[in-house]
Ligand binder design. Structure first.
Ligand code: AQP
Length: 336
């Protein structure tokens, strides 16, 4: 059982990224190893080029993200940890996958619609074909499982269609991967606007909790979280109570418990203040050790580069034979 997932390089990974993706990565590296296989995790710098970026900052943000992931518990000895641009098979396979991707399907992608609407100068072709590169990222490893948050559901469905179409036309060369969304915390919402997902680009500094926020800032953001005005308060997951439901989800994910356990633990709460305080405490308990480890890891860029170099070598040992099979199947390159 092989796992692949990618994460964008920003220094400001938020609680949604942490709960929806990073916690799953840490759990997945052991599960893959127990099954005699491997998990591959990738900092996707090429995806970060689909919207305006600063060349001087790109590497810095990659190091920031790498240090957050390692601080969270990724172990480069137990998983394959790479920077996307180091493994050229991703981009080569993206070209081949483009040949079996329908333009109309790309046009339907919600993320393209949302992100293209925000661009002032240029809506790049790369923003449009982003899901093709994402498909190639996964398919190059014949991964079986893609752990992501709920917002990536449509992209993973597209990658499954692409793999199926390729296999129907050229033979069973690629593995059709499965989506894996966490049971608790698949969609963490903005604390100030709990009907929108917590997001890097939402420009909601008070509603977004960053992994590297200090404990006081985390407390303050939860204290100000939008909940409800009903009296007496009702601490329950309910579609009519998005703010309260979101806090219960975060509390459960941060404690590693079920929703029901998180709700039950607040049965004697006097008001939403107790829910906010309990959630802030649980989040700080989860993130404090990560913040501590981050500082030491981020300080040593040479060590981070060495980890990427070793990861790329392990990655290529998997991707090169897959690319050779793909080239053979589609009739490009030498006879082999
Ligand atoms: N709010 C969320 N709840 C649960 N999971 C989430 N993810 C993102 N937001 C939430 C998951 O995090 C992983 C990495 O996402 P990314 O590489 O897209 O990183 P990002 O660009 O920093 O994340 P955002 O906030 O999703 O960006 P924008 O602002 O562009 O929308 C993915 O598995 C994702 O599902």
């Amino acid at each position: 059982m092989r796992i692949f997932s990618g994460i964008q390089p920003t220094g400001r990974k938020h609680l949604g990224n942490y709960i929806g993706a990073i916690l799953q990565y840490v759990e997945g590296q052991q599960r893959a190893a127990d099954a005699g296989d491997v998990a591959i995790y990738c900092v996707v710098d090429l995806h970060a080029m689909t919207v305006p970026w600063q060349p001087a900052e790109m590497r810095e943000r990659v190091y920031d993200t790498a240090a957050i992931l390692l601080a969270a518990g990724l172990d480069p000895e137990r998983c394959v940890f790479i920077r996307q641009s180091d493994v050229h098979e991703h981009t080569e396979l993206a070209w081949y996958m483009g040949a079996v991707t329908a333009h109309g399907d790309l046009n339907r992608m919600h993320q393209f619609k949302e992100k293209s609407a925000k661009q002032r100068d240029l809506v790049s072709a790369d923003l449009f074909t982003y899901p093709v590169l994402m498909a190639a990222d996964v398919l190059a490893y014949r991964a079986h499982e893609v752990p992501v948050g709920d917002d990536q559901r449509q992209h993973v469905e597209l990658m499954r269609d692409v793999a199926q179409r390729f296999n129907e036309r050229f033979g069973e060369v690629l593995v059709v991967p499965e989506l894996r969304i966490p049971e608790v915390g698949a969609r963490i919402m903005d604390l100030q606007n709990p009907t929108s997902k917590m997001s890097t680009t939402a420009d909601s500094p008070e509603g977004t909790v960053f992994v590297l926020d200090d404990a006081k800032t985390v407390e303050k953001k939860f204290k100000r979280a939008v909940t409800d005005s009903d009296d007496p308060p009702r601490i329950a997951r309910d579609p009519s109570k998005p703010g309260v439901s979101n806090l219960i989800d975060i509390l459960a994910a941060a404690r590693g418990s079920s929703f029901a356990e998180a709700e039950a633990s607040l049965a004697d709460a006097r008001g939403y203040g107790d829910l906010k305080a309990a959630t802030a405490d649980a989040v700080n308990a989860m993130l404090e050790p990560v913040r501590e480890r981050y500082t030491a890891l981020r300080a040593d860029e040479d060590a981070l580069e060495a980890i990427f170099a070793a990861g790329a070598e392990k990655a290529r040992a998997i991707t090169q034979p897959v690319l050779a099979d793909v080239r053979q199947a589609i009739g490009v390159g030498s006879r082999g």
